[in-house]
Design a protein around this ligand. Sequence first.
Ligand code: ATP
Length: 438
Amino acid sequence: MCYIIYVGIDDTDSSEGMCTTYIGAVVMDELKSCGYRVLGYPRLIRLNPFARFKTRGNGAVSFKLLIKSEDEFETAKNLIINRVKELSHRQEENTNPGVVFYKVKTDNHNALIDLPSELEDYALKTVQNIVTIKEAEELAVKIGAEIHKIKKGRGIIGALAAIGCPLPDSTFELLAYRLPENYGTKRRMNYDSVRKMDEETFPCTFDNLDEEEGYIAIEPHTPCPILFGIRGETPDCVDEAHAMVELCEPVEKTAVFLTNQHTDQHLIDIDQISDMEKYKCYIIEGRVSRNPYVIEGGHVIMTLQDDSGSIECAAYEPTKGFREIFKELRKGDRLKVYGGIGDKGTLNVEKFQIIELANDYKTINPICECGKRMKSAGKDKGFKCKCGRKLRDGEKVREEVERKIEKGFYEVPPSARRHLSKPLVRFKINKKKTKNLR
Ligand code: ATP
């Protein structure tokens, strides 16, 4: 008889630095060097992108530990909690770490373990909705999970969700961490080797580059411990890609995480615009009811409507070239839109599918009897032609314009992609996942 301990950790970093995945990697290495066995892949679970207190990508970490006795559990627990206290940025007001332990007794640690369905439902809710510390505490009591709150301990929300999140679809991310003395300095790697790696491993790895923006997407732009992260379909392909990247600075350690990144798990498929709420992400069908227009800051806005109501949809400035495609939408186009609703109630579009294209028209001056296009004769004076003819009561005519956009899917570039958002290249992949990955 042995125990599997599910360990969840969250809310350890601040905008000044640190990263929950790094603390997870440090803790796992230390446990292994003390003789503990970590089972399977650790998990990096991205939660609701609209959660109020997130630092950046709203990620939480969990892993499984094999334990033979209560004593071993106590020692591991102390090690984990002490490391989280020591490494987290808990001096920052908004960093409120949480650690959760969930113990399962088993006589076969290789067997599939069914986690309580309430825990899975809660985890999905944390990815798609907003939850409270109280809700996490109540669930922990109900299922017998042990929670450790540091300061306000808000991190228990994410820590519990990272343990329980079902993964019907999943990806992997290999993260390489810098030496602490290099934190905050420019990351040093050979960008040509990253381009070559992308050429050779795409689409098994993806979002390595943003070609349009000439942007290397594997490196973060914050002072955190991560040197780069390579995202892909399998542990082998992220490993292979890692070996192709030429680095010009040392790596402290690497870790491969199983994740819900790029699976669209945050999106709720919904039937009516009127049922949509702030701080949630959706897939919704409707028709464009107002042509796109540009507002200050270079953001492009259009209105989507169905029988129940309408919602403003935005392609924000950071989505760069995506805005040019968005501008080509026209009133009457039938769309399926994927995105989330922020503070202002506007849907931030991650991708869309054009299901039906409406006819587009422009209004132009009429053609003269002589066959030439007429010109305006002045305000309220009708039209005139070079041939001398005049049309005092003439009106502009409507002419159909060829659409510059086709039916199909369009998405934001990698530089503007949410961690949870599924890139179109992944739509073609039909992966079979088992509960084992949990
Ligand atoms: P990073 O991605 O760099 O690790 P972060 O963006 O994950 O940082 P955190 O420091 O983890 O940000 O802060 C997010 C906080 O919000 C955590 O305390 C987490 O428990 C909590 N949280 C996560 N999801 C939700 C949710 N759906 N509702 C309410 N709180 C949430």
